[in-house]
Design a protein around this ligand. Structure first.
Ligand SMILES: Nc1ncnc2c1ncn2[C@@H]1O[C@H](COP(=O)(O)OP(=O)(O)OP(=O)(O)O)[C@@H](O)[C@H]1O
Ligand SMILES: [Zn+2]
Length: 698
């Protein structure tokens, strides 16, 4: 089956666990983002409490040390009926208590025997217990047992202390200090050079740098400098990096805080925290305040003075607005903020004099990806077979953070193989890992499942190779990886921004090619095509509903306006602005397109049945083949056919000659460009089944 291009999960505040290795890990030094340690504030009082409790427990028994009596004193007291309890251990050590509550110890002279003592004790109704001598004989052990909790605590303190020391907000060490110090300034060394690509953004934002370098010049000319700039874009696109680079370029202090930290840290002090932040910035002006996740504080206020709402957040936001209005232009403070949900922001934040500038930081395009890869490959040794341009081509939809992650994973891969040199296949594997999660054992499939996955993927690959407008096949694999059982990848020659009708029609045929192959070979479909069908249906529906590509509906379109880069499918935003009658036509037309595409795919595969079988066999034995092997199989089939009945025109081979893809570096990791907002279909990776194992179908 074909899955839609695997989009990187959208990280919103909490990253999904599945997104592979932690993306924070590989950040190069200097780019480290300060982590607000505020979330752990409660640990410190808790530790102190635990510490006190342990101290009390440890000390409690030694409160009144028992008096040591001689044996004669002891027997005298027994005789006088003053003893209430005794505990005698096997070594003759006695501990007990008197009727007045006093504790005592004594030692029985074992040589004398204890027969008469026992009678005496019983006569006086003393409560007798016996016990094993404690291993207290070993002073080291008892010392250790006593102090182990203390050692653990000290260890814990040390550990948290170290963590806290690394975080800007200070954690432990901040406890004794005033709240104002919780936000600390730093002077980043990051420069615009460390941010690859995004020349437009750099240009827009360089005015801020200029202003911060010399705020007085602006004041003298009566010009208003920038006050607040919002950077808008998906997670991991380097917004924080940009903010730091601005501070680095302007050589001013950088005060950074996360929006959620305002609201979460200490309930009821969000507003005063904002005041502290701006006070601190004023003290150090010219300076930069960076607020990440602005939407956490800056989300639209509900308006009415409702009860039980998020008053805390509203107060914080009001304070933020007040502070932004309040500061004097000439002081030279610029507030940078980042968000990936600009639409959620309170409009008051966007008014003139506040965050009146917006800079969009989109996902990097192919050239930018190459540049980002180059930045992160600095200081690493790449083998001569590595072409970062190819990697960039194969990583559509990756953010800067993903790419940083990829390079780091590749380096780790090399280290595992005991190499310093990073080779092309390291990047290949790293990309797969970042994209699809860790590669799982290939024995996850039963042999017959593997065969049907191979048939399914061969179907996608052959239809793609046979359709004139489809992107060339780059790689076909039946290696299960993450959520997919198999993948057919196509690689567009260039990044696409526009899709012709012919391209979309071929896309549908390729998507359905997997299922068609199953129909041709096994006579029935399987559950493995579920994702393919869903993807194809979405494309077909959009062709009819949004792109005006069906004559039955005509030149009518219902695509929702606005950016979709955050991955909400347009479906989310369309509230059926059309009649049920129209809906029915859309459904019918989409179904017709799908049926036609399936017929086309099935026809092609019937015609090339021999190639289909051979390709499937090849896949079962080799697991992964590249695009040229698919073309070879078709060429062989053509030759065989010409031998048997010499005059059949070999359409496929002609098409192939025309469409033979450009340079294919063996082992490169290809992928197809995400088609982003235009069609949610991306449609290149072809996976099978949903990880249930039984869905293997394809
Ligand atoms: N253009 C780029 N050039 C070089 N490295 C980049 C670029 N974009 C992102 N990175 C890498 O990705 C890391 C994460 O980027 P950053 O934290 O700045 O993203 P962000 O947009 O602030 O993400 P978030 O939305 O999570 O706050 C950076 O530290 C850097 O290593
Ligand atoms: Zn498929």
């Amino acid at each position: 089956m074909v899955i839609t291009r695997v989009r990187m999960p959208h990280r919103h505040l909490t990253p999904p666990a599945k997104s592979g290795p932690p993306r924070d890990a590989p950040r190069p030094p200097g780019n480290q983002r300060p982590t607000p340690g505020g979330r752990q504030w409660w640990i410190v009082p808790l530790l102190w409490l635990a510490f006190l409790v342990v101290i009390m427990l440890v000390r409690a028994p030694s409160g009144t040390p028992p008096a040591h009596l001689t044996y004669s004193d002891f027997t005298a007291k027994v005789g006088a009926g003053q003893v209430r309890t005794v505990d005698i251990n096997d070594k003759g050590a006695v501990s007990g208590s008197l009727k007045n509550g006093t504790k005592f110890t004594t030692q029985l002279p074992t040589a004398l025997g204890t027969g008469s003592l026992q009678q005496q004790l019983q006569a006086k109704h003393v409560q007798i217990t016996a016990s094993q001598s404690k291993s207290g004989g070993n002073p080291f052990l008892s010392f250790f047992v006593t102090f182990l909790p203390l050692l653990l605590l000290v260890g814990a303190f040390w550990w948290f202390g170290r963590r806290a020391a690394r975080s800007v907000t200070g954690g432990l060490s901040a406890i004794g200090r005033s709240r104002a110090k919780i936000i600390e300034a730093e002077r980043p060394t990051t420069r615009f050079d460390d941010v690859a690509g995004y020349d437009g953004v750099k240009q827009e934002i360089s005015e801020v740098v200029d202003f911060l370098r010399n705020p007085m010049r602006y004041a003298a000319a009566g010009a208003k400098g920038p006050r607040g700039v919002i950077m808008v874009g998906p997670p991991g696109t380097g917004k924080t990096l940009f903010a730091r680079a601005v501070a680095g370029e302007a050589d001013v202090p950088f005060l950074s805080v996360t929006g959620s930290a305002f609201v979460e840290m200490f309930v009821g002090v969000g507003a005063s925290r904002v005041r502290d932040l701006f006070d601190e910035a004023r003290k150090r002006a010219p300076s930069i305040i960076f607020i990440d996740e602005l939407d956490a504080v800056g989300a639209r206020r509900s308006g009415s003075g409702h009860i039980g709402g998020n008053d805390e957040r509203e107060q914080t936001l009001n304070q933020l607005l007040a502070e932004m209005d309040g500061f004097d232009q000439s002081t030279g403070i610029v507030v940078l903020a980042a968000t990936n949900r600009p639409e959620a922001l309170d409009p008051a934040l966007l008014r003139p004099g506040r965050f009146d500038r917006q800079v969009t930081v989109p996902l990097p395009n192919q050239a930018e990806r190459a540049a980002i890869l180059t930045v992160h490959a600095r200081g690493k040794i790449l083998s001569s077979d590595v072409d970062l341009g190819t990697v960039a081509r194969a990583t559509p939809g990756f953010s800067g953070a993903d790419l940083a992650n990829l390079v780091n994973e590749a380096a780790i891969n090399a280290v595992r193989a005991d190499r310093v040199l990073i080779e092309a296949h390291d990047l290949d594997a790293a990309r797969d890992r970042v994209l699809l999660g860790r590669r799982e054992a290939s024995n996850a499939l039963l042999p017959e499942e593997r065969h049907s996955v191979a048939v399914h993927e061969s179907g996608h690959a052959l239809v793609a190779a046979l359709c004139e407008h489809a992107d060339p096949v780059a790689k076909v694999t039946v290696l299960p990886s993450g959520m997919t059982l198999g993948v057919t990848e196509q690689l567009p020659e260039a990044e696409r921004h526009l899709y012709s009708e012919a391209y979309l029609t071929d896309l549908l045929a390729v998507r359905l090619g997997g299922r068609s192959a199953e129909l041709v070979v096994f006579g029935e479909g399987s559950s493995g095509a579920a994702n393919d069908l869903a993807g194809a249906t979405q494309i077909a529906t959009r062709m009819v509903r949004d792109f005006g590509l069906s004559s039955a509906l005509g030149p009518v379109g219902y695509a929702a306006a606005g950016p979709h880069y955050l991955g909400e499918t347009p479906e989310d935003s369309i509230r059926q602005p059309y009649s049920e009658q129209t809906q029915r036509i859309i459904d019918q037309e989409a179904a017709r397109l799908l049926r036609e595409a399936e017929e086309r795919a099935t026809g092609l595969l019937r015609e090339h049945r021999r190639a289909l079988d051979r390709l499937a066999g090849l896949l079962v034995s080799r697991e992964t083949i590249d695009g040229s092997a698919v073309l070879d199989v078709l060429r062989q089939e053509g030759e065989q056919r010409r031998e048997s009945d010499g005059n059949l025109p070999e359409r496929a081979v002609e098409d192939l000659r025309a469409a033979t893809p450009p340079v294919r570096v063996p082992g490169e990791v290809p992928g197809q460009e995400d088609q982003g907002g235009a069609t949610e279909t991306g449609a290149t990776e072809t996976g099978a089944a949903t990880g249930t194992g039984t869905g293997a179908g394809s």
